[in-house]
Design a protein around this ligand. Structure first.
Ligand SMILES: N[C@H](CCC[C@H](N)C(=O)O)C(=O)O
Length: 271
């Protein structure tokens, strides 16, 4: 039996989106990893599922899975893509996404971009989470990173070049991060412009990371390095991030792209 899927990306951070609102697809970690495989599967940075919402006021319940089968509480680029997909399918231009990180209101901008309210950052050590009580603004790691969660763990290193990117895998698995972490490397060109590269937890280096951009701006503002409205330039393109002083929420604006639709025979994948 063939199952439809949508292939979308946010600045080159790419996703396979499967709709489980018509029935469970038995997406075990093994099947997710096989579907995400760049040669033997469809291939993606994250696999995204849609389900009927449980929360009051939500239009769709969205879950995000890495190519290693692990689940992520947040995924900014995929959130923009799901908002765009809901609009394409239903005409609703302001869907509210229910995620493990909470309810994320979204809207389209006049120039066809998508804004997601990614909610408030979590900066307590137990919220990131970290393995012990340390100052999340200056972690006890070489390179003196800061840490914050957007519903998933992020560490941000402030760098002048990106040589440290090669240490991303080891840092992802540092014992200070009991749930591992996404590792961002941020170069502040001005307080309003950041160049960012991210080694993602469970996925490796991606062309863009939306929640990583949000966390990096939050950490930069906390360090006094960035303005609350900051343009983040990633390998795959630009995101506009604002950490609102009034609401304490982080707004992320950027593109969402439909690459293609397809069908897949899930019976050909491990259960
Ligand atoms: N690409 C996603 C981040 C995925 C995070 C995932 N790697 C995790 O385990 O937290 C984004 O645009 O926010």
């Amino acid at each position: 039996m063939l199952t439809s899927f949508y292939k979308m990306h946010g600045l080159g951070n790419d996703f396979v989106i499967l709709d489980e609102r018509t029935g469970d697809l038995s997406l075990t970690p093994a099947r997710i990893a096989a579907l995400a495989h760049r040669r033997r599967g469809i291939g993606c940075d994250q696999l995204v599922t849609l389900r009927a919402p449980a929360a009051e006021g939500a239009d769709v319940f969205v879950r995000f899975f890495n190519p290693d089968g692990s689940e992520a509480g947040a995924c900014g680029n995929a959130s923009r893509c799901v908002a765009d997909l809901v609009w394409r399918l239903s005409g609703n231009a302001t869907p509210v996404l229910q995620t493990l990180a909470g309810l994320l209101p979204t809207h389209r901008t006049p120039d066809g971009l998508v804004t997601v309210d990614m909610g408030a950052p979590r900066t307590g050590w137990e919220d990131v989470p970290l393995a012990r009580a340390v100052d999340t603004l200056h972690l006890p790691l070489p390179g003196d990173p800061a840490a914050a969660s957007m519903g998933n763990p992020h560490a941000t290193f402030f760098v002048s070049d990106f040589a440290m990117l090669a240490q991303g895998h080891a840092l992802e698995h540092d014992p200070l991060f009991p749930q591992r972490a996404n590792i961002g490397f941020a170069r502040m060109d001005t307080p309003e412009h950041m160049r960012l590269k991210v080694h993602e937890r469970g996925a490796g280096v991606t062309e863009a990371c939306g929640s990583g951009a949000c966390a990096a701006v939050v950490n930069a503002v906390r360090r006094g390095l960035a303005a609350r409205t900051c343009t983040v330039e990633l390998d795959g393109g630009t995101l506009h991030i604002t950490w609102s002083e009034q609401t304490n929420h982080v707004l992320m604006t950027g593109s969402a792209t439909m690459a293609f639709e397809g069908t897949v025979d899930l019976a050909a994948y491990p259960s």
